[in-house]
Design a protein. Structure first.
Length: 135
């Protein structure tokens, strides 16, 4: 579970940091000095209820596109962070799952997950995009 009881504001990033023991370690929620954005905080709380299922699906989503063993990677993906609106332009229905691959120190894998709320479609959280950031 994500601990929302003791959020800490990080002024340089304009985000609130939530504590979590386990995978992922970092959870950030967009907001201002006066508090986290209410919609983003509500989304984070909904996600925390099904966190293990969502994280497994995010890993599976990347693996459906990438064959890490063909790239010489022998490890697995580890979730290192969740971002709920780090940027003001981020959609309120989306959040980002940040992952690292064992023995890959050159960047992050990111999956954008969207909350489906359309009344004619199956409700839930679905991965909609993945990307790789290198440094």
């Amino acid at each position: 579970m994500i601990d929302f009881s003791n959020l800490l504001y990080v002024p340089d990033g304009h985000v609130w940091h939530a504590n979590r023991n386990g995978e992922p370690e970092e959870v950030v929620i967009g907001g201002t000095e006066s508090g986290p954005d209410e919609g983003r905080l509500a989304l984070a709380k909904l996600v925390s209820e099904d966190l293990d299922v969502i994280l497994t699906e995010a890993k599976r989503y990347v693996a459906s596109f990438m064959s890490f063993d063909k790239l010489g990677a022998k490890g697995e993906l580890w979730v290192i962070g969740l971002e709920f609106g780090r940027l003001p332009s981020d959609r309120n229905s989306d959040f980002h799952v940040l992952m690292s691959l064992d023995h890959d120190d050159y960047g992050l894998w990111e999956v954008t997950v969207r909350r489906q709320t359309h009344p004619q479609l199956k409700q839930g959280f679905y991965p909609v995009r993945f990307s790789r950031t290198e440094w």
